[in-house]
Ligand binder design. Structure first.
Ligand code: G1P
Length: 297
């Protein structure tokens, strides 16, 4: 019987320098889309996909992230006294079952592959997920749930994938396709951040992965790759000719690059408009702004 995917690693050790000065004292994963921190979107997605154990790879200065998942007895008592049931309910999603959450420290910023490797002892002999909270994906059925379903058929390693423009391929892991079956593609090569003009396709890896424990073994061996960092892409690529191989999954949904300012703003607009209590007022404001801008041009 196939093993279910019940563990997810969340690499959250990055410094978030693109958002300085905000990230001088606030971890970037705590930055807020409407009223939920980025990390909450990642957790919600993992839960929907059936994840039961949440492993955070953190670094110095991330204590706000750990506190976020704690109970806050004074706050709860006050909300209860004041009869603020809706707000109490809003806190529900931030709670974790005891023992369901683990923190592993990445002591040196040696790359995404190294961050995932730091969690190796918490992963047994079963496939596991990796979620990069910078990539926020809005979808009817969450991206990771879609992947868990597809993975039940393919086995092996699976990465979320999306077409990007040719100019942007150098910012991503890029897939070299063997067979294209529409939503599922089999992969014959993977390259991290290829130099301009050398990308094997424009199908990019997006931050959702379902990986076999063999990838962790590969991470024991591989050397630093693109950018002088230990790359997860390289450790996955080493699985291409082994066992079940590597697959890309073209998910249904819209992905926002919340690791960039423009992407974060776009996500704020999209999630703000999608909120029942905000959508009308916010939408009207945006239309007025757009009309004013075009009149001024
Ligand atoms: C990471 C991965 C890259 C992937 C990207 C998706 O890069 O290394 O393969 O395409 O996430 O967001 P980063 O954006 O952390 O440099």
């Amino acid at each position: 019987m196939k093993k279910r995917v019940t563990k997810a690693i969340f690499p959250v050790a990055g410094l978030g320098t693109r958002f300085l000065p905000a990230t001088k004292s606030v971890p970037k994963e705590i930055m807020t889309l409407v009223d939920r921190p980025l990390i909450q979107y990642a957790i919600d997605e993992a839960r929907e996909a059936g994840i039961k154990e949440f492993i955070f790879v953190t670094s110095r200065g991330k204590s706000a992230l750990e506190d976020y998942f704690d109970h806050s007895p004074e706050l709860e008592a006050k909300l209860r006294r004041d009869g603020k049931t809706e707000l109490l309910e809003a806190l529900e999603d931030t709670y974790m079952d005891s023992g369901a959450i683990a923190y592993m420290r990445q002591h040196k910023p040696l790359g995404l592959g190294h961050a995932v490797w730091c969690a190796r002892r918490l992963i047994g002999d079963e496939p596991f997920a990796v979620i990069l909270p910078d990539d926020v994906i809005s979808a009817e059925k969450s991206c990771l749930s879609q992947m868990v379903e597809a993975h039940a058929e393919t086995g092996g390693c699976m990465v979320a994938a999306m077409e990007v423009s040719q100019q942007k391929t150098s910012s991503y892991g890029i897939l070299d396709l063997k067979e294209d079956h529409g939503s599922i593609v089999s992969v014959k090569g993977m390259v991290e951040k290829p130099k301009a003009g050398t990308a094997p396709s424009n199908l990019a890896v997006i931050g959702r992965y379902i990986l076999t424990p063999d990838v962790l073994k590969n991470l024991n061996k591989i050397e630093a790759g693109a950018g002088g960092e230990v790359q997860l892409t390289d450790a996955i690529a080493a699985e291409i000719n082994h066992d079940r191989g590597v697959f890309g999954y073209r998910f249904r949904g819209e992905r926002f690059d919340c690791g960039s300012k423009a992407g974060f703003l776009q996500a704020t607009v999209a999630f703000g408009l999608a909120r029942e209590e905000l959508g009308d007022e916010f939408g009207q404001y945006l239309s007025e702004m757009v009309a004013m801008r075009s009149a001024a041009q």
